[in-house]
Design a protein around this ligand. Structure first.
Ligand code: ADP
Ligand code: ASP
Ligand code: MG
Length: 400
């Protein structure tokens, strides 16, 4: 029997100080006992990445993406080396690597690269010599150009899940600063409750709707390869946490799992003179790493109406591209919104939801879209906080 292999991932808050790094090293020593081995994925310490993004903006208002990747990958590399040192001090045999060193091969999209393949040979070889291998998260390399790339903000979760899939790990554990996934962000809603269990599909919808707690591409990869993910708090690692596993069983009655929201969005209602403009718009948005939170399309006579919601901070760049560069686009409406997503199942079969939400939110409600597994609700930005409280209070969240 080969030794058991555990993937552990620690986020920036869990590694924010020297003491935290030492605590993590100590915890690893107490849980990973020979012959069990671990591949530990780390994020940059604390808010380093945010600070370096701001630093770059002070140097250049629109810094080259290649140089941003050179800069930001250094954050994870630094934590990886420090954690490997702390593990050695704990008496464990550990080594650190960057994503490029262990062959995380990506496309060439700086700032939002997609993983094509992970070679894994060097990693497997290192596991023969070292009990713990520490990997700098959120990064890879383009094998054609040999340039380092980053996987998008929060991408260390993705590194962990991708490594779990490649190495067929026995367990994938992600350590955060919260004790699991809750019915809503516990920092915004004090009555939010921890979900002991979440299906892969619900995790995908939740993270895709903006819940920062798990990277959306990590959730999608876990669903695709059916990898169970155990989410715990690095501050209270023995607490039960949340297991993401299994598929959603469709219900005949609504089943409410969690509420998430995204503020500071701009909602655009566009008229296109034909379908031809859709693909260039989508490609342009993806090349910037801007995936619309809401994306709906309908034909009205010979025109196409396209509705999207995107980051408010980039509204002027969108308007310039859409109305000046794509000449066949007319913007009918442009609104600032706060967008909520209720994740669960069986929504499209309920006759009362529409009325309940309309009455609950009154004048604040700007848009409402009910699908089987998600309800999306846009409200006026000034009513965002109040609406979050009301929505979380209004439904019975099934945490069992
Ligand atoms: P890390 O970078 O350490 O991996 P993040 O900071 O990205 O972790 O994610 C953890 C944060 O996600 C929490 O501090 C919490 O505020 C936020 N969050 C948002 N929605 C939820 C939710 N439904 N359940 C738990 N945490 C949530
Ligand atoms: N340090 C990166 C970020 O802050 C990646 C990560 O933390 O997962 O986005
Ligand atoms: Mg994160």
């Amino acid at each position: 029997m080969p030794p058991a292999l555990v993937i552990q991932k620690y986020g920036g808050t869990s590694l924010a100080t020297v003491e935290r790094i030492q605590q993590v090293a100590h915890y690893i020593r107490s849980t990973i006992r020979p012959p069990t081995q671990a591949v530990v994925v780390v994020s940059a310490m604390g808010s380093f990445t945010d600070e370096w993004v701001a630093l770059a903006a002070d140097v250049h208002p629109n810094p080259p993406q290649r140089e941003m990747d050179m800069l930001l990958t250094a954050g994870e590399r630094m934590t990886a080396a420090l954690l490997a040192m702390a593990l050695e001090k704990e008496g464990l045999h550990a080594i650190s690597f960057t994503g490029s060193q262990i062959g995380i091969l990506t496309d060439s999209t700086h700032g939002n690269a997609k993983i094509h393949r992970i070679l894994g040979d060097r990693l497997r070889k290192s596991l023969e010599a070292y009990q713990i291998v520490v990997i700098a998260g959120f990064q890879g390399v383009d094998p054609q150009t040999k340039e380092v790339t980053t996987l998008g903000r929060g991408g260390s979760d993705l590194t962990a899940v991708a490594l779990a899939a490649t190495l067929r790990a026995d367990r994938c554990e992600i350590y955060k600063d919260v004790e699991g996934i809750y019915t809503a962000d516990p920092r915004a809603i004090s009555s939010a409750r921890r979900l002991p269990h979440l299906s892969w599909e619900s995790a995908c919808i939740l993270s895709g709707s903006g819940a920062q707690v798990l990277h959306d591409r990590a959730a999608n990869l876990a669903c695709k390869y059916e990898i169970p993910i155990h989410i715990h708090s690095s501050l209270a690692p023995s607490q039960p946490g949340t297991v993401i596993e299994g598929h959603t069983r469709p219900m005949e009655t609504p089943h409410f799992v969690a509420l998430t929201d995204k503020k500071d969005l701009v909602y655009l209602d566009l008229m296109l003179t034909g379908c031809g403009a859709i693909q260039p718009i989508y490609e342009w948005l993806c090349s910037r790493g801007d995936i619309p939170q809401l994306w709906s399309l309908r034909r009205i006579d010979d025109q196409i109406e396209l509705q999207l919601s995107l980051e408010l901070a980039h509204a002027s760049a969108y308007m310039e591209f859409l109305t000046i560069q794509c000449k066949k686009v007319e913007c009918k409406r442009k609104l600032s919104i706060h967008l909520f997503s209720i994740v669960g199942t069986g929504f499209s079969q309920s006759h009362t939801l529409l009325e309940t939400i309309t009455i609950l939110l009154g004048e604040a409600l700007l848009l409402l879209e009910i699908q089987h597994g998600v309800i999306q609700i846009g409200v006026k930005p000034e009513s965002g906080e109040e609406s979050r409280e009301r929505l979380h209070r209004a439904f019975s969240w099934s945490v069992g």
